[in-house]
Design a protein around this ligand. Structure first.
Ligand code: ADP
Ligand code: MG
Length: 278
């Protein structure tokens, strides 16, 4: 199976379908419109990256998709079904992974916990935990506690926990923002290899333009508030990617320039009719 075969699902129903999503937070006497109107769809098995200026509503969008937050209007559909509470076949990796791991549980127990909640039998849980820890290169650390590990390793535990859960959709919210450059490159390659191996649909939020182009089959660019999808760029780079070769391709440079230009214009807000004032 090549990834291009999966871009448009045979059944025609997108795996993830976001339509007219709007979210207004009601504060004390003040309403904040975090997201104006977002519409996009991901086919089964697609890996899309989402970039946009800080505060434009990326986390709000992911929370709505994950069923953790109710949109003010619009819909989120997962394999054709409306999302109103956290769907069982979705996993989320948040930016603050340190806080998402339980310090009093071992690495193994942290990864196992959602599988218990899912009601899986003990043997199956052990199999999935072992497989996921092997996949992220942490097989030898199953008995360690999170605080005994480096930041990059803790993030790999969070990724293992998501993978072990066998989600059909994986949402990631700026997951590598706090790790060093080398670890980040390793984790990027890990995400692509896990995506290829398990074939889940991935929506990856990042600030980093190069990361978005390197990882994604598509890059969705959000505007600043009021937030809409400013552009949807197909990343037509070879499917086999590696940090040195891919990043030095002329096409890679063209794509990052295009995303950069879109973000710059996104910061100025969505295009409006009439003359732009100074
Ligand atoms: P991003 O992840 O793109 O940085 P967020 O989704 O975190 O953006 O926030 C989008 C906007 O919504 C920001 O203006 C933020 O201040 C506001 N916001 C986020 N969460 C809340 C909340 N719980 N209550 C009120 N306003 C919020
Ligand atoms: Mg955010």
């Amino acid at each position: 199976m090549t990834s291009s075969d999966t871009v448009h699902g045979a059944a025609g129903t997108p795996m993830l379908d976001v339509a007219g999503l709007r979210k207004v937070y009601q504060g004390e006497g003040r309403a904040v419109e975090a997201v104006r109107d977002l519409t996009f769809a991901l086919a089964d098995g697609e890996l899309a990256c989402l970039v946009g200026p800080s505060g434009c509503g990326k986390t709000t969008l992911l929370k709505c998709i994950a069923g953790l937050l109710r949109p003010t209007s619009g819909t989120v559909r997962l394999a054709g079904r409306g999302v109103t509470s956290p769907p069982p076949d979705m996993a989320v990796v948040f930016q603050e992974y340190g806080r998402s791991l339980f310090p009093w549980l071992t690495v193994h127990a942290n990864v196992e916990l959602p599988l218990k909640e899912k009601g899986l039998p003990k043997e199956r849980r052990a199999e999935l935990v072992t497989g996921a820890l092997e996949a992220v290169g942490l097989a030898d650390f199953a008995g360690s506690h999170p605080w005994q590990l480096s930041g990059g390793m803790q993030q790999r535990v969070a990724i293992a926990r998501a993978i072990a859960y066998e989600p059909r959709v994986l949402l990631m919210d700026e997951p590598f923002a706090a790790v060093d450059a080398q670890t980040r490159a390793d984790l990027e390659d890990l995400i692509r290899s896990l995506w290829k191996r398990f074939g889940m649909t991935v929506l990856f939020v990042t600030h980093d333009i190069d990361e978005a182009v390197y990882l994604g089959q598509r890059v969705l660019v959000l505007s600043s508030s009021p937030t809409v999808v400013q552009d949807d760029i197909t990343v037509d780079l070879p499917d086999e990617r590696d940090q040195l070769t891919t990043r030095s391709l002329p096409r890679f440079a063209e794509l990052r320039t295009r995303v950069y230009a879109e973000i710059q214009s996104a910061k100025r807000g969505p295009a409006v009719a009439g003359t732009a004032g100074e």
